[in-house]
Design a protein. Structure first.
Ligand code: SF4
Length: 109
């Protein structure tokens, strides 16, 4: 199952990392929540495939280390989600459906 597109209604914010809002629950190292709001990455699904980061036309994503997470020990942080042009490439390319993009969520953190 992929990222919940209604996570902003179903989850509570749990702080910020690298300037990005995190939606809980968060219990490191196994549970890391969803990172980002306009561009959201479910860290508990992400397998660090990297296609989103390599192909995003405006370089929204940055690698971060997530040691001991069961799916992968690096993740993509949407550090420049404010630059997103809503092309949906990352949503379509992610092999595990870990990303959701919704401009309507922007600023609603
Ligand atoms: S929707 Fe397009 S511009 Fe926005 S983060 Fe994904 S690949 Fe980048």
């Amino acid at each position: 199952m992929g990222i919940d597109p209604n996570f902003d209604k179903n989850r509570e914010t749990a702080g910020e990392e690298n300037g990005v809002t995190v939606w809980g629950p968060v219990e490191p190292p196994e549970t890391l929540g969803i990172h980002g709001t306009h561009v959201a990455v479910d860290y508990d699904i992400c397998v660090a495939d990297g296609a989103c980061l390599e192909n995003c036309p405006v370089d929204v994503f940055t690698w971060v280390d997530t040691p001991d997470h069961p799916e992968s020990e690096t993740k993509v942080e949407p550090t420049r989600e404010d630059q997103c042009i809503d092309c949906m490439l990352c949503v379509d390319i992610c092999p595990v459906d870990a990303i959701d993009v919704d401009p309507g969520r922007a600023g609603r953190t």
